[in-house]
Design a protein around this ligand. Structure first.
Ligand code: SF4
Length: 393
């Protein structure tokens, strides 16, 4: 969107910093690690001697003081998107206290053959560990018409995978009717849903995913924990019983479903018993993909002030233990693909993504013995599967 707006205002876009007058950086400052990474990128980029603009979270997160203290950077908040071309012309930054921005703009696509399509901004769930509601503001939805218009636009541009995203995708009010309309667009593409809050997934959504061929049976459901006392302190609005029931229903109704989740280790007050439950849960569900994060103490999220903060060492040890446990599951599980013919989307002549690999997070598949046309769909046979490493022909 920012690129499209800047392009329309007469700016030339380039991916080469040395050719540019201004280096535009979309920022994520959600966690300490992301802020450290952004500072590292800043150190690299400033060597080009160009003006640098940080767009998005770095401007919107008041507590990211180590970033906002950078004197030679222009900051523009996400809410100020419409003013971006003007601000750049005037060499000014703009913070905005307002968190009411909701876009409906033309796009420049830089991720072919997939494109992200955002349904909403912000979040009102206020999970106690999370700063998103403070950075992005409360949840507000785009209208179904606005989303559908954009879906048609990106389908017309030849996009083969539309990835629906939101901080709370399952919370979108008219989710099912919107999905049906997007699936009805006359073009060949997949639809993938990312970030489904476990407390907001309706039975009717599962039925739709089961019956609508264009929607991939790929379930990205971040549960964060399974122990009830921890879930309650996290303010996740769900319980161990409900989470197990949800996954059992998915597995029963859609046996080919791919399951992805993220788990948090070392949340304040997490005991060894809570952690053992987490390990058992990972073993019971045998997730296809599992992201594990050590809890990061982020103000002004409520949990930053909770008693019982767990030491950094313990958080990391638990994270490593969970990841090692998952490695064994993946080694065993992914062998099931060997010699199976699966639907894939070509990325390069010799690379593709299978339908069960989400862009940017699940890796890619190497292709041997034939040349593919990027952006085309192929049915390929998996010839090698070791952990997350796959090859096909
Ligand atoms: S639902 Fe997700 S984005 Fe919203 S507060 Fe909870 S963790 Fe943060």
């Amino acid at each position: 969107m920012a690129m499209a707006l800047l392009g329309r205002a007469g700016n030339m876009l380039t991916t080469l910093p040395e050719e540019s007058d201004l280096i535009f950086v979309t920022t994520c400052t959600f966690l300490k690690d992301a802020r450290r990474e952004l500072l590292r990128r800043y150190d690299v980029l400033k060597r080009f001697g160009k003006r640098i603009l940080f767009f998005g979270c770095a401007a919107d997160q008041e507590t990211a003081t180590e970033i906002r203290g950078l004197k030679d950077v222009l900051f523009v908040g996400a809410s100020c998107l419409n003013s971006l071309p003007d601000l750049i012309r005037r060499k000014e930054g703009l913070f905005s206290g307002k968190k009411d921005f909701l876009y409906s703009h033309p796009r420049v696509l830089s991720t072919f053959p997939h494109a992200y399509l955002k349904l909403s901004e912000g979040c009102s769930n206020f999970c106690s560990y999370c700063t998103i509601p403070f950075i992005r503001g409360r949840y507000r939805e785009r209208s179904p018409d606005s989303v559908l218009r954009e879906a048609r636009q990106i389908a017309d541009m030849g996009i083969r995978e539309i990835v629906l995203v939101s901080h709370d995708l399952a919370g979108y009010t008219e989710m099912e009717s919107l999905l049906k309309k997007i699936a009805g667009i006359k073009s060949d593409f997949w639809i993938r849903l990312l970030y489904l809050h476990p407390a907001h997934i309706k039975r009717s959504l599962l039925t739709l995913i089961k019956n609508e061929k264009k929607i991939l049976p790929y379930f990205d459901i971040p549960v964060q924990h399974i122990s009830d006392p921890v879930l309650a302190r996290m303010r996740r609005k769900t319980t161990e019983k409900n989470i197990y029931a949800l996954f059992e229903r998915i597995k029963k109704e859609i046996p080919e479903a791919i399951l992805r989740t993220t788990l948090l280790t070392g949340f304040p007050g997490e005991t060894e018993k809570d952690f053992s439950k987490l390990i058992r849960f990972a073993g019971d569900l045998e997730f296809d993909y599992l992201g594990v994060f050590a809890y990061s103490r982020e103000y002004p999220a409520a949990a930053a002030s909770f008693p019982g903060q767990v030491s950094g060492k313990t958080k990391q040890e638990r994270k490593k233990k969970l990841l090692r446990f998952q490695e064994k599951i993946v080694l065993k599980k992914n062998r099931r693909w060997l010699n199976k013919t699966v639907r894939t989307l070509a990325l390069k002549k010799n690379r593709c993504r299978t339908w069960f690999q989400a862009p940017e997070i699940d890796g890619e598949t190497a292709v041997e013995g034939r040349l593919l046309k990027p952006g085309n769909f192929y049915k390929l046979r998996i010839t090698f599967a070791r952990g997350y490493e796959l090859a096909a022909e």
